[in-house]
Design a protein around this ligand. Sequence first.
Ligand code: UDP
Ligand code: MG
Length: 197
Amino acid sequence: MMSIIIPAYNEEENIENTAGVIGDIMRENDIPCEMIFVDDGSKDTSWEIIDRLSKKDDSDGVKIRGLKFSRNFGKEGAIFAGLEACKGDCAVVIDCDLQHPPQLMVEMYNLWLQGWQVVEAVKASRGKEGFIYKTFAKTFYRLMKNSADANLDRASDYKLMDRKVIDALNDMPERLTFFRALSSWVGFRSEKIEFDV
Ligand code: UDP
Ligand code: MG
């Protein structure tokens, strides 16, 4: 069973569609899964939607679960809460707005079946970003590379992890972390695939 962790902050316009699209892909490809929407203190009706969806019949192999934060803690917190709650043999982290193409999860899952323990989706292009955003992002990733030896320029949070990797991350004492960096820092057999934002 694969867990799909979806951090959600004020995503009332996306949640139901995203759950539907991902559910269809999983059913078509016979991948049993649980989707875990982590409501990161949304101020809109996100939680009501997650709560309603989580009551749907899951005999089709697609289960929907929800976690709700007491306030907004930020995406990193939502990801790690999802990693702690998930029960899958592997887990994928994916954005709620479908900016990470969900069809790619099938390829990630197949690579996992072949024995890869981390499958990272890296950006083939960084999508449309303004000059200032791009410059700050570049500077940040250069600092990370120089200080922590982590090459993250094209990295994203869209990745699959084997249960061993999830357990290793959950066992770490760090609490305020940068998922993108930590998940490659722990090691394991990794493969990369490209996507367009
Ligand atoms: N998100 C979150 N907490 C926040 C901000 C964002 O859980 O405080 C979620 C958001 O709902 C989405 C993902 O993190 O699923 C990425 O957020 P967003 O699309 O705003 O970021 P970007 O597209 O700029 O990477
Ligand atoms: Mg987005």
